[in-house]
Each structure stands twice: as C-alpha cells, then as structure tokens.
Write a protein that binds this ligand. Structure first.
Ligand code: KG4
Ligand code: ZN
Length: 342
C-alpha cells in the first residue's frame, strides 16, 4: 500500500510517500522559519498563504523522488489537527481534492500520533509497548503506547510546553525564533555552575510538568545582569546553560519515573525538542545506567514533516482496512485532544 502524506499544521509544509512494502519512497519539506523570524513567532495568515504556494511544487518533488505516478498512490493522508485552522485547511483541502480526483480514500490524522509513531520510521524500530515522551512546540506529554491507536496519557505540562519554554527563554536572550536549537548551541559554551535554576515539579509524585516558572527565572536572572557588552556574551551562555540543564533534568527524571511506574524498558522521544543534543546525551546516559533502551526518530523527522503523517495513516490502514473510506467532506480540528483518539 502506498500512502501520500501532507503536513501543514503550523509553519512547515511537508509531503511524503510511504510504501508499506518498500518504506519511505520520497519526502520534501519547506520550512517557513525565515518568513516568520522577523515577527518573533508564527503569523497564522502568512503561514496559510505560504502552504498554498508550496504544496503543489513539493508534491511534484516528492513524486519525482519516489519515481511513481500520482495515480499509483492508494490513499491520501493529511494532518487534521491540532494546529492553526487556516494552515490545516490547506493540507485537508489539497489532500481531499487529490483523493476525489483519483477516486481514492482520504484520512485525516492527529499530528501528535504522527510524532508518536515517527521513531518507527527508523531502521531500528521500538517494539510495542513503550513509553513516549512527546516534546514539541505546543505539547509536552508522557504516553504509554501499546499499539497503533492505543495511547494512554500518563502526564503532561500544566502550563508551557517544553518547546515553548525553549523558544521563550531564547527570545529573552535575544536569540531569535525558533530559539530551541540556538539556546542549545549557546549552552555548550556556558558554565554549568553559574546559574542553578529551579527544576519545577521534579519531586512531585506525578508525571506532570511545569515550565513557566523556569522561563520567569531566566527573565529575572537576565535582568539582574546586563547581557549587552562583550563580557556579557559569556553571561548569556551561562544563562542558556542554566536553562538547558534545568529543563533536561526535569524531562529525564519524569521519563525515568514513567518507566519505573509502568515497568517498561523502552522509551521513545518524539517532537521537535527530541532533536536537542543535551536531552539526548542525558537520556542516553540514564539508559545505560538504568538498563533501558531509548529510541529517537531520524533527526530530520523529529520536527514537523510529511513522512510521519503518511506513516501513521499507513499503520492505521494496515491495522484496520475498513478505515479506507471515500468520504470527500472534510473538516479540521485545530484543538483535538490526543486522548480522544481510538
Ligand atoms: O515538533 P515541532 O517541529 O513542532 C510542533 O509540533 O510544535 O517542534 C518545534 C519545537 C520548537 O519549540 C523548537 O524550538 C523546538 O521544537 N526544537 C528544539 C530543537 N529543535 C527544535 N528545542 C531544543 N533543541 C533543539 N535542537
Ligand atoms: Zn509537531
């Protein structure tokens, strides 16, 4: 079965073709980061318009890479939510139009299900069941995954998402948008003993997270010390280091708690923050010490992409072929709790 996937929930237009026999055949992506940068965040209307401009050229590129004709596709997948309404509508309407033209089934998929299953795109795949830490710009959740469509929420953030904390703290340090990768790079030059920021909810007896206090701590500390002159470049790096160490400690500790509570030995990291080098180093060290295995999606599939969307639908259709309906009325779900997925 060959599935075409379209991702357009936020600021990346991603297309991919996944074949259940041969694996990923091709994928193409356009990131709007440069366009949104001057505004310090995603501007929804600009995002939708750019998805419209990019989607067809990216489709052509994906087909060329895959060396197949559009007519050979068996089903079309798109991100139905959560995300920006206008942006989601671009993917949904293009996917449905193609399906209608080809007389093929079309399926909307939950963006986070795509992230959750993305480590299975790798050659070394985790077996079910596993614990998944979903850490993206909008979500921070610990899930127990027993199979495709079998997800149980174990804990989540009570305020900011981890990616949001990265982005907001980076902005405070003048690092631009999205700040996650930049603050992570700067932290490499920081002194780990300069700042000890709070580790929110580290010792709470649950699997929830809270990151807004950490961002405030970075703000207070950055106001207390000028970050303007050259000497203070070092101070900025120290602040970055203090922030990264704190957030990584909390994320690692909660993953360990989830593994301990469930008795599972496999941990999957998904979502944009999963690309973070310090988080990976910390989890790898913990895995060695506590004897569990940690899986990451291929780096290029940590952040938003079409491959995870095509893949999630391919997995769903393999499990339940009755889902392959030719219903061309579509809707998007900008707010769609993952818990509602069956
Ligand atoms: O999964 P994703 O691409 O989009 C959402 O669904 O939100 O995640 C984007 C988030 C942003 O907050 C970005 O700053 C963060 O992932 N991110 C990182 C890194 N790469 C991306 N955060 C820390 N370190 C990174 N290397
Ligand atoms: Zn995402």
């Amino acid at each position: 079965m060959i599935v075409l996937g379209i991702e357009s929930s936020c600021d990346e237009t991603g297309l991919a073709i996944y074949d259940t026999e041969r694996g990923l055949l091709g994928h193409a992506l356009h990131s709007q980061v440069a366009m949104h940068e001057e505004y310090g965040g995603v501007v929804p209307e600009l995002a939708s318009r750019d998805h419209i401009r990019r989607v067809i050229p990216l489709l052509k590129e994906t087909l060329a890479q895959s060396a197949i004709e559009l007519a050979q596709v068996d089903a079309i997948a798109y991100t139905q939510g959560p995300g920006l309404a206008g942006a989601l509508l671009v993917g949904a309407s293009v996917a449905t139009s193609i399906a209608l033209a080809l007389d093929k089934p079309v399926l909307g998929v939950h963006h986070l299900e795509g992230h959750l299953l993305s480590p299975l795109l790798d050659k070394v795949r985790p077996e079910f069941p596993f614990i998944a830490l979903l850490v993206s710009g909008g979500h921070t959740q610990l899930m127990r995954v027993d199979g495709v469509g079998q997800y149980a929420l174990l804990g989540e953030t009570v305020d900011d998402a981890a990616g949001e904390a990265f982005d907001k703290s980076a902005k405070l340090l003048g690092l631009g948008y999205p700040g996650g990768p930049a603050i992570s790079r700067l932290a490499e030059f920081g002194d780990p003993s300069a700042y000890k920021f709070p580790r929110p909810m580290l010792h709470s007896k649950d699997l929830n997270f809270s990151f807004s206090g950490l961002k405030t701590a970075v703000l207070t500390a950055s106001k207390a010390h000028s970050t303007e002159d050259a000497v203070c470049e070092q101070n900025k790096a120290n602040l970055a280091r203090g922030f990264v160490d704190a957030i990584v400690d909390v994320l690692t500790a909660k993953c360990l708690r989830a593994l301990q509570e469930t008795g599972l030995k496999r941990l999957v990291i998904a979502g944009g923050v999963g690309a973070n080098a310090q988080l990976r180093a910390s989890l790898n060290a913990a895995a060695k010490k506590k004897r569990f295995t940690v899986f990451y999606p291929p780096l290029q599939f940590c952040t938003d992409n079409g491959a995870m969307i095509a893949f999630a639908v391919a997995m769903r259709l393999q499990k339940n072929p009755a889902l392959a309906v030719k219903d061309y009325a579509f809707t998007v779900r900008p707010k769609w709790p993952l818990a509602e997925l069956g």
